[in-house]
Design a protein around this ligand. Structure first.
Ligand code: DGL
Length: 265
């Protein structure tokens, strides 16, 4: 039987854990290396050239060190820029995370969809092209949240994050007549992998009920398709967690659920 694959999941910080969690469910046998580029966090505050210059060689180093069978770029801010560069430079299969505009617009009944991402992601030509190609007659509102990724990360670290701060980042997503469910936003795309970390807060602070589109399950299906069916053998070593800052991770217990119950080394 073939040996369990190594899957490298990469993000600027801890947001990619929301993608990892779905992949682990689809491939519990695999060996996982989760890399948080916290030395460069948040990506949303960096320019496009800077992100390409940072991520492309870094992924090359990580491939050289960990020999993954597949790499997931679990970050919209990076994926909307670097996927073609990565595929040009390296042979390993890549799966990216980009705003789920097509399924959101297909689902919206009121034809009002908001895309909540980092300022970088909503400004990208890649994102604008997705809207041109897949809006399907919907009015799409792009909402660049300056601090929501950092707030979500802080909340996962156990820092008290106020409702007001989260609600302020969220508010521009809600467009139209608040008293008429047929004439207001009914679908919000979570276009940053950090946001599902605070999903309950988002739901509680939304001025009205909407469908939230988290692409993580679809990404996990894509990973499973690319890798093919699992063998009988499961990886005994479990998972590794790496911070590019070199800091030891003090969050192990909070991270265990994302790794399917394993304690990342
Ligand atoms: N988690 C990242 C994303 O999906 C970005 C957060 C950041 O570094 O600004 O966009």
């Amino acid at each position: 039987m073939s040996k369990p694959p190594t899957i490298l999941v990469f993000d600027s910080g801890l947001g990619g854990l929301t993608v990892l969690r779905e992949i682990v469910k689809a491939r519990p046998d695999a060996h996982y290396v989760y890399v948080a580029d916290d030395a460069f966090f948040p990506y949303g505050h960096h320019g496009e050239e800077e992100i390409i210059a940072r991520v492309v060689p870094l992924i090359g180093e990580l491939i050289g060190k960990h020999h993954p069978d597949l790499v997931v770029i679990a970050c919209n801010t990076a994926s909307t820029l670097v996927m073609s560069h990565l595929r040009k430079h390296y042979q390993v299969p890549f799966v990216g995370t980009v705003p789920a505009i097509k399924p959101a617009c297909a689902k919206s009944r009121t034809k009002r969809v908001s895309v909540l991402g980092t300022r970088g992601t909503v400004q990208r030509e890649y994102t604008r092209a997705l809207i041109r190609d897949f809006a399907q007659g919907c009015e799409v509102t792009l909402v660049g949240a300056a601090e929501l990724a950092s707030l979500a990360e802080a909340a996962l670290h156990g820092v008290e994050v106020g409702d007001r701060e989260i609600a302020a980042e969220l508010a521009p997503c809600f467009v139209g007549d608040r008293d008429n469910p047929l004439a207001r936003t009914d679908t919000v795309v979570l276009a940053c992998t950090h946001y599902p970390l605070v999903m309950e807060r988002l739901v509680a602070l939304a001025p009205w009920q909407v469908d939230w589109i988290d692409p993580a399950p679809a990404i996990a299906r894509r990973v499973a398709d690319l890798l093919g069916p699992p063998g009988i053998e499961a990886d005994a070593a479990g998972a590794e967690m790496i911070f590019t800052s070199g800091k030891p991770h003090t969050l192990s217990r909070a991270l265990v659920p994302f790794f399917g119950g394993r304690v990342p080394a």
